[in-house]
Design a protein around this ligand. Structure first.
Ligand code: HEC
Ligand code: HEC
Ligand code: HEC
Ligand code: HEC
Ligand code: HEC
Length: 216
């Protein structure tokens, strides 16, 4: 008696099953990989010059944009050049040993190499300007920088961290005049949130969690 299915048909079904198993396996592995928290350190990052945001922001009241000039109009916030520091330190604390590297940089013309505190992988697309111009405050992502004698990070920068906010963007935005403020944020009323939503024309969670928003 002839078998009920021809050999090529059986092979075909086996291949499909195998394909399915591989696909499901890959999916689960990828999902677990993206969900597992990485070892993130929140320790202060040693820098060539022990720069203190606490001194410069909280005590001296210098605006973030004095040093991070591009934060409102480009993808990166930008780091201060030696000449920005010298606008004060060509007179202030001239003899401080802590500033020896600054004056060396001014003499040689070699920029200071600040060690990165935050560093996203290259395959992630991130822009400061869109966040800052749509009312997401520095403090939401960087914490109380004004209290840091040496800078550290307060957010994991993992995908889940981005997604948690993108799923519920309306409750994370502030009026534009509060974006740079380091004061603890007071809660907004439902009406204020509605108004901000209209102002910023926020897209819905589906659009903001779409893979191509951050991987393009
Ligand atoms: C007087 C200049 C100055 C001012 C004002 C200033 N910063 Fe900075 N900022 C620096 C320097 C220099 C560094 C690099 C050294 C470090 O990481 O501490 C830095 C680093 C940072 C970093 C870490 C960057 C990285 O490597 O990932 C963040 C975040 C940051 N600043 C946020 C702010 C915020 C928010 C404000 C305003 C509340 C502010 N800064 C005001 C000079 C300044
Ligand atoms: C607008 C003026 C201003 C600018 C710009 C500025 N500083 Fe300062 N800096 C100060 C003042 C004022 C102090 C004293 C701070 C205090 O004790 O409150 C200080 C203190 C310091 C000290 C501590 C010195 C000591 O001996 O205790 C270091 C280090 C320093 N600044 C580095 C920097 C660097 C690096 C930059 C550029 C990224 C910079 N500063 C930009 C005003 C400035
Ligand atoms: C939505 C979250 C978010 C907000 C809001 C935000 N940042 Fe950042 N910031 C980041 C991330 C993420 C990085 C790392 C970017 C990278 O590695 O490409 C970063 C990096 C930086 C850096 C290092 C230089 C650079 O551009 O990579 C500085 C300085 C900085 N931010 C300052 C600020 C200041 C000042 C504000 C407020 C005006 C601010 N940030 C608001 C998330 C944010
Ligand atoms: C605290 C809230 C918050 C966090 C955290 C956050 N975002 Fe956003 N993001 C927003 C808001 C609000 C918008 C503006 C949404 C709109 O325009 O509809 C936005 C917009 C964007 C856009 C622009 C989308 C477009 O199509 O123009 C990109 C890209 C983006 N975010 C990437 C990221 C990445 C990557 C991270 C994590 C490293 C991140 N965001 C973390 C709130 C956040
Ligand atoms: C709001 C921004 C955002 C969106 C939307 C987003 N990702 Fe990511 N993704 C990130 C960030 C940030 C990282 C880097 C995480 C890290 O370094 O730990 C990342 C990393 C990854 C990685 C590498 C594994 C890892 O965790 O390091 C994969 C794979 C990935 N994303 C797939 C996706 C897929 C698939 C989607 C759509 C379902 C998606 N992402 C949507 C921000 C986003």
């Amino acid at each position: 008696m002839a078998p009920p299915f021809s050999r090529p048909a059986v092979l075909f079904v086996k291949l499909i099953l195998l394909g399915l198993v591989v696909a499901v396996g890959t999916w689960i592995a990828l999902a677990r990989w993206t969900m597992t928290p990485r070892n993130v350190t929140y320790a202060p990052v040693p820098q060539p010059i022990p720069f203190s945001h606490k001194h410069h922001v909280a005590d001296d009241g210098i605006d973030c944009r004095y040093c991070h000039t591009a934060v409102e109009n480009s993808a990166t916030a930008g780091m201060p050049s030696t000449s920005v520091c010298l606008s004060c330190h060509s007179q202030l604390f001239l003899d401080s040993p802590l500033l020896a590297k600054l004056h060396e940089s001014a003499r040689t013309g070699k920029p200071i190499h600040w060690v990165r505190v935050h560093d996203l992988p290259d395959f992630v697309y991130f822009e400061h300007d869109i966040h800052v111009n749509k009312g997401v405050a520095c403090i939401e992502c960087h914490g109380r920088v004004d209290q840091m004698p040496i800078t550290w990070r307060t957010a994991s920068l993992e995908m889940q961290w981005c997604l948690r906010c993108h799923r519920d963007a309306p409750s994370h935005v502030r009026p534009l005049n509060e974006v740079l403020s380091m004061a603890p944020q007071k809660p907004l009323s439902a009406e204020e949130i509605r108004q901000l939503n209209r102002l910023y024309k926020l897209r819905d969670a589906q659009a903001l969690t779409n893979c191509s928003t951050c991987h393009r």
